[in-house]
Write a protein that binds this ligand. Structure first.
Ligand code: HEM
Ligand SMILES: *[C@@H]1O[C@H](CO)[C@@H](O)[C@H](O)[C@H]1NC(C)=O
Ligand SMILES: *[C@@H]1O[C@H](CO)[C@@H](O)[C@H](O)[C@H]1NC(C)=O
Length: 495
């Protein structure tokens, strides 16, 4: 979040609310209020959340409460305490927060009030259709769609090197292939027309996403409201009913929305749009980082490509670049070095804050000896990026090591802090009952994308560029975007 934004937010709250201080009570964690009433530490936090938390951790210990934009947030920064926090589902609710923020951001009516009985639970249940057995047809469909987009857009011309912008490249391919996989295609053609316009609107909306999440009224954000309307209109029921090969997941959601007369067509469409954001908003930048780290580490790229060729050989596939390739879910699961590379790039690029809201005053157990008193309405926050970049857990934490999650040819799961084995050491997808239901699908689609990339292309970074760095403006909200796009060279591999 930009400092300016937080200032605005703080001032708005200042006008709306009565100033009320709060004093630390016995048993409560150290309380850090900042000197500006109400705004508290928002400005500092907004500027660089990671640095802010590191510094406060040094000064106040592993657990402390900070007043941020009028909210009291208790940060738990010791990953050894995570299991205890994640376990306490009853007193710490996540949805109270997300159910308020998401509707305002995506423009649908809040789901929690009595107007839509059962909807919230049913929506939650529909998340099963992204996992388990249902992941197989999704993965197959994604493979076909990725192959289609690669074939038609990138595999046609023979010959020399081409130059691309890496983020744009990843984004456009993943956006369209994911869209086709989730929502389906028009009856008579394999691709939607106007995908580039949709994508352009999506990116404009996405740029404003952190401001919307911060609850800045959309009418203060220029054309954002008009753009969001266009995005929502894309998913009106009369349009979606003309699409074929829609995923079970989206079909189920449409059926569900039909059961509620109180939902208008635009409301249903806004729900569908929100799901588009959930399925692409993090996956596209995650794909970028995975590609970027591989292409900028040729030794890693080499190992991962070899693993892929070995798998194809073992499966009796005679690969050549004029043929399409299909990789099944089972095959993808065998690509462990590829998976480790993706996990490593998620470790380096993800910054999601896990938020829970205290449902009552109670004593939060931290570990065997310690607990902390929290008050009803307080926010309990985990900020896994601190753990992801902790040199005690990950040696040389700023460095990309593609095989960091591998040991003797199998997956490494032992990471330590203070000599104790960590239950949680990699949390790009959140935790506990609110963990991302699309995580398996996301990992698979990133794998599929990288497989096609490595099979069909020679890849190089253009020389003389600055390294891609993390843009902190959506710290706490998911996978970070790069500050700058990166040029790369690619050409068809002769196989
Ligand atoms: C690399 C890609 C992705 C990342 C890093 C990611 C991350 C996350 C995170 C951090 C959360 C919040 C969890 C929490 O606070 O505990 C979340 C929620 C969610 N994600 Fe993902 N996600 C990704 C891809 C996807 C995909 C591909 C889909 C769908 C196809 C998806 C669907 C969802 C949904 C529906 C929720 C809300 C769950 C709820 O309300 O309980 N995500 N995701
Ligand atoms: C569309 O669905 C049909 C049947 O469900 C399937 O046979 C076909 O392969 C799918 N086509 C695409 C392009 O996904
Ligand atoms: C990568 O992370 C996922 C969870 O995010 C985990 O299930 C998987 O085992 C990890 N794989 C490797 C190779 O680390």
């Amino acid at each position: 979040m930009s400092p300016l934004l937080l200032l605005l937010l703080g001032l708005l709250s200042l006008v709306l609310c009565v100033l009320r201080g709060r004093k630390r009570r016995a048993g409560e964690p150290p309380l850090i209020k900042g000197w500006i009433p109400y705004v508290g530490k928002a400005l500092e936090f907004g500027k660089d959340a990671h640095k802010f938390l590191e510094e406060h951790k040094k000064k106040y210990g592993d657990v402390f409460t900070v007043r941020i934009a009028g909210k009291y947030m208790t940060f738990i920064t010791d990953p050894l305490m995570y299991p205890n926090i994640i376990k306490q589902g009853r007193q710490l609710d996540f949805h109270e927060f997300s159910d308020k923020v998401a509707p305002v951001t995506f423009g649908y009516p809040p789901v929690i009030n009595g107007k839509y009985p059962g909807l919230s639970e049913q929506v939650k249940r529909s998340f099963n259709l992204l996992q388990g057995d249902k992941l197989t047809p999704l993965t197959e469909s994604m493979m076909g769609n990725l192959m289609l987009v690669f074939r038609q857009d990138h595999l046609q011309e023979e010959g020399g090197w081409k130059i691309g912008n890496m983020f744009e490249f990843c984004f456009s391919i993943m956006f369209e292939a994911t869209f086709l996989t989730m929502y389906g295609r028009p009856l008579s053609t394999r691709r939607h027309s106007g995908m580039d316009v949709l994508m352009d609107h999506f990116i404009k909306f996405d740029t404003m996403f952190p401001l919307l999440i911060a609850q800045i009224p959309i009418r203060l954000l220029g054309r954002t409201k008009a753009i969001r309307e266009k995005l929502i209109n894309y998913f009106l029921p009369n349009k979606m009913s003309c699409w074929s090969n829609t995923s079970q997941f989206i079909k189920r959601r449409s059926e569900l929305f039909e059961q509620y007369d109180a939902l208008r067509d635009v409301d249903k469409a806004a729900h569908h749009f929100a799901m588009l954001w959930a399925s692409v908003g993090n996956t596209a930048p995650a794909t970028f980082w995975a590609m970027y780290y591989l292409v900028s580490h040729p030794e890693a790229l080499q190992v991962v490509r070899q693993e892929l060729h070995d798998l194809l050989t073992l499966s009796g596939v005679d690969f050549s670049s004029d043929k399409d390739v299909m990789l099944s879910r089972e095959q993808l699961e065998k690509l462990l070095y590829l998976e480790s590379s993706i996990n490593e790039s998620l470790r380096l690029s993800s910054s999601s804050m896990n938020i829970r809201v205290a449902q009552e005053d109670f004593s939060l157990r931290l570990d065997a000896e310690r607990s902390a008193s929290v008050r009803k309405g307080d926010i309990i926050a985990l900020y896994p990026q601190i753990m992801h970049l902790d040199p005690e857990i990950y040696e040389d934490p700023e460095t990309f090591r593609f095989d960091r999650y591998m040991q003797d040819g199998t997956v490494k799961t032992e990471f330590y802090k203070d000599g104790q084995k960590l239950k949680y050491y990699l949390m790009p997808f959140g935790s506990g009952s609110t963990m991302c239901p699309g995580r398996h699908f996301a990992l698979n689609e990133i794998k599929q994308f990288l497989c096609l990339l490595l099979l069909y292309f020679d890849l190089e970074l253009e020389e003389g560029q600055t390294r891609a760095t993390l843009d902190p403006s959506r710290a706490g909200l998911g996978v970070l975007l790069p500050n700058n796009d990166v040029h790369f060279r690619y050409r068809l591999r002769k196989v």
